[in-house]
Write a protein that binds this ligand. Structure first.
Ligand code: ATP
Ligand code: MG
Ligand code: MG
Ligand code: MG
Length: 474
């Protein structure tokens, strides 16, 4: 049962409808009225004001299958895509919410019942975490649900930073937040990784499937935490992760939706090795890009549009790596619509616009790639020695928009080194010139917390492309 992602989506919403929850549509990927948030990154976003007690609805329990993008902002998973079995730029978050209605007991009971009764997951494969000091949640799991104490792991505030803790959830730097309890599934000994809280937890053996947040505070910009008028519940379960379990596979990329996208991309580009990482990246990126355009984001040089542009170009670049000779990215849209079923309503309605926007961006970038490759070819032909100077790499990037990872790739193929220090110096010099010119005051990106330089990497000392270059060279 529930062998398809579509069936799972319906089963979830139906289970919570029966528990008195209002089924609410997914909101847009562009958060309404929330300048602190780049993209919708969780089911609770559209209910933020309900949690804060600022908005009243006709219901106190809700359930959704929310489309989310985590590429930028506080929760940025872009660098994980293609490398972990469980991270996407775009995913659907199944959630149930209580606005001052039920709290810990029911939230835990519902989740456990859905997983072990409706979906019939074996209990011994599941383990849970609770917030370090949350004895109440520990007792509910242990005494009421019957989870053995050794399968309940207390997780505290890591690295001394109270809000960086795994078991203290927050939407962004401000807003509703609180301690949480998470449910993990053990995919088995044959996969590397350890239980949450262990040194090997970053592996893919124990996969976090469901996060149940006990919303108790509103965090302000100055760091203070004010108790919410009524404690509430916010939960989120990635549909692709639970779908993988139900379909008996380990990686999200093996579920129905991704298999269709990967097969189609392989067919269009002419690739036979379906395991290729680049195919996964493309299958991931078409979802975020198509849904972002459907929700009104257009490729551009700032803000959300800039993030979109970077994701499209990254996908095209991976197609290029696979040997694509023609446009391919937008051609995946019909397969995506079919694969996403009910979740693709808005995408279906805007299909023509989405395809046109993706195609135009791909064509433009293809020209950039072609021109850049030509310039790089001549530079390499004239090269004396075995190192390409940083100035040339920077010029390709800055003047011609040619990505540095591609420069590094081409050089590597020809056994040529890249002058990384020279590139970084040229980049630093350009940044200080730009700053001196006041270019970065009143920056829309800053308001959205998109630092165009560090957005994609999180390395404060290196800019995004410099980091990519460093990764390729090291
Ligand atoms: P992880 O630790 O695996 O990065 P998370 O703790 O950051 O996940 P939450 O913010 O708790 O994730 O989101 C709730 C749920 O959404 C997760 O338990 C997971 O099932 C799903 N999820 C989170 N991030 C992603 C992603 N990038 N791709 C797919 N599913 C995701
Ligand atoms: Mg995460
Ligand atoms: Mg986590
Ligand atoms: Mg989590």
């Amino acid at each position: 049962m529930y062998q398809t992602t579509a069936a799972l989506r319906s089963a979830f919403l139906e289970y919570f409808r029966q528990q008195g929850h209002q089924v609410v549509d997914s909101s847009s990927l562009v958060p309404g009225n929330d300048p602190t948030l780049l993209f919708t990154n969780a089911g609770m976003n559209q209910f933020k004001d309900c949690f804060l007690g600022m908005e009243k609805r006709s219901y106190v329990r809700a359930t959704t299958a929310q489309r989310c993008v985590r590429a930028g902002g506080k929760h940025n998973d872009l660098d994980n895509v293609g490398y972990t079995a469980r991270h996407h730029t775009f995913f659907e978050m199944l959630g149930n919410f209580s606005f001052g209605d039920y709290f810990k007991e029911d939230a835990i009971r519902f989740a456990w019942e859905f997983l072990t009764v409706t979906l019939k997951l074996p209990k011994e494969r599941l383990c849970v975490t609770v917030y370090e000091t949350d004895d109440e949640a520990f007792e509910i799991w242990n005494k009421q649900i019957g989870v053995p104490a050794e399968s309940i792991i207390r997780i505290g505030d890591n690295k001394g930073a109270p809000y960086a803790s795994d078991n203290f959830w927050q939407m962004g730097d401000t807003g509703p937040c609180g301690p949480c309890t998470e449910i993990f599934y053990d995919h088995g000994e044959h996969i590397w990784g350890g239980r949450p809280g262990s040194p090997e937890e970053d592996g893919d053996r124990f996969i976090e499937i469901w996060n149940i947040v006990f919303m108790q505070y509103n965090r302000h910009a100055d760091g203070t935490m004010e108790p919410l008028p009524k404690p509430a519940v916010d939960t989120g379960m990635g549909i692709e992760r639970i779908s993988a379990i139900m379909q008996g596979v380990h990686s999200n990329y093996e579920i129905d939706i991704f298999q269709k996208l990967i097969a189609k991309a392989a067919e269009i580009i002419g690739v036979t090795d379906l395991e290729n990482k680049s195919l996964r990246v493309i299958a991931d990126h078409i979802r975020s890009c198509a849904f972002l355009v459907a929700d009104g984001v257009m490729p551009s040089n700032e803000g959300r549009g800039y993030v979109l542009r970077r994701i499209i170009r990254r996908a095209v670049r991976h197609g290029n790596k696979l040997g694509a000779t023609d446009t391919f990215f937008y051609k995946l849209v019909p397969t995506l619509i079919e694969a996403m079923g009910d979740a693709a309503k808005e995408l279906k309605a805007t299909q023509a616009i989405v395809e046109k926007a993706l195609k135009a961006e791909e064509e433009q970038f293809a020209r950039t790639l072609e021109r850049g490759l030509g310039i790089l070819d001549s530079a390499l032909a004239e090269l004396k020695g075995d190192t390409l100077d940083g100035e040339t790499v920077f010029k390709l990037y800055d003047t011609y928009g040619f990505p540095v990872d591609l420069t590094a790739d081409v050089c590597r193929e020809r056994n040529i080194k890249v002058d990384e220090a020279g590139f970084n110096a040229a980049m630093a010099e350009q940044r200080s010139r730009a700053q001196a010119a006041g270019q970065f005051s009143a920056d829309y990106n800053a308001a959205l917390k998109i630092d165009t330089d560090t957005q994609f990497c999180g390395y404060s000392e290196l800019s995004g492309d410099a980091k990519v270059l460093a990764l390729y060279l090291n």
